[in-house]
Design a protein around this ligand. Structure first.
Ligand code: CO
Ligand code: CO
Length: 350
């Protein structure tokens, strides 16, 4: 009993949810050894490391499939459930799809943690799925030493409207819809070094669905998109640039950040996942000498329930940004552009 009472939810976390994720480099080596099944119905499969798989049912309708789960990133179980669900739903939104059905994936130590905690996690997840307009239909629970929670999501989209990470074109402008720094601030929270205001700010951002941003991106019409999660801004940008066979240039001073995250980064409060992301992106990124190390660290910081990164034709960028700002995606910013140059190369300017 006493053991149950003394456990905090984040005692089980590895500094941040994304730290539990296998690094991009290792994952690629593993997946390269597993033969992939080709299927004519698969419109988007594994080859470009896109956010979700897309399976065409007929000319009018495709299924969009994704899943994500991880250990607690915050102590409040209801909030953790909301964040995990928002994070999983994000892959559906990044493809311009609409979520329909969700199922929970749970690992939970019923011997060391009160089952009330699990009830609250499941409630948080179910409420977030409902807010997304989808329905939670069940799931699977495994007794394990460390709690983990996540969601499998099935969405739908018209095949012609699907937004992939492979459509960015030279001249496009790049827009990011949420600030970076969730991994660093979660690390600070765990160390007891985060102030109440930064905590509230980062939790509000992680809990927020990318639903509005996704709808607006479909209305305006964009060339490519992905969401920023465990591989960090530069990891997901690299996937987008590689899949689209383009080079990109980023203005680091324009990238939206949580202000506290840069302070924590300056004193070296960096989650382990950020180093793995740096290793994964490796020589594909060139930093201008004026970009300081803390800023670089923010760009590699693994995000939990991060924003959408959208590649939009320049004539539409202003409209997209204005609509985002007007409809509550206030932190969205214009952060760079698609340029001519070596395919998959990222240049980061001050
Ligand atoms: Co994603
Ligand atoms: Co994902």
């Amino acid at each position: 009993m006493s053991k149950k009472a003394s456990c905090k939810l984040t005692d089980f976390a590895v500094s941040c949810g994304c730290a539990a994720k296998v690094g991009g480099k290792v994952l690629r080596q593993i997946l390269a050894q597993v033969p992939q099944t080709a299927d004519n119905h698969l419109l988007v499969a594994l080859e470009n490391f896109d956010d979700a798989a897309v399976y065409e049912l007929n000319e009018e309708m495709a299924l969009v499939e994704t899943l994500d789960f991880f250990p607690p990133v915050v102590d409040d179980p209801y909030t953790f459930g909301q964040i995990a669900a928002a994070n999983a739903l994000s892959d559906i939104y990044a493809m311009g799809a609409e979520p329909l059905v969700a199922m929970a994936i749970v690992c939970f130590p019923t011997r060391t943690l009160s089952t009330d905690i699990l009830v609250a996690i499941l409630k948080g997840g179910a409420d977030k799925v409902r807010e997304a307009g989808a329905v939670m239909v069940g799931g699977h629970t495994v007794e394990d030493e460390r709690p983990m929670y996540g969601v499998v999501v099935t969405g739908k989209a018209k095949p012609k409207e699907i937004v992939t990470n492979a459509g960015a074109k030279k001249g496009d402008l790049l827009i990011l819809t949420k600030p970076l720094g969730t991994g660093i601030i979660i690390t600070a929270m765990k160390a007891g070094l985060a102030g109440p205001q930064e905590k509230d700010e980062v939790i509000a951002s992680m809990v927020a669905l990318n639903k509005t941003a996704s709808r607006i991106m479909l209305e305006v019409g964009v060339n490519a998109a992905t969401d920023i999660t465990g591989f960090g801004f530069l990891g997901h940008l690299l996937e987008l640039a590689t899949a689209s066979r383009v080079a990109v240039e980023i203005n680091s001073s324009k990238v939206p950040l949580f202000p506290a995250a840069i302070d924590h980064a300056r004193i070296g409060l960096i989650p382990e996942g950020a180093y793995r992301n740096r290793e994964f992106v490796g020589g594909r990124v060139r930093f201008a000498p004026q970009v300081d190390l803390a800023q670089e660290d923010l760009l590699f910081d693994p995000q939990t329930s991060g924003g959408l990164l959208i590649s939009v034709p320049p004539a539409k960028a202003e409209i997209l940004l204005e609509k985002l700002h007007q409809q509550g995606v206030e932190k969205a910013g214009l952060i760079g552009e698609v340029v001519s140059g070596e395919k998959g190369l990222i240049t980061v300017k001050k």
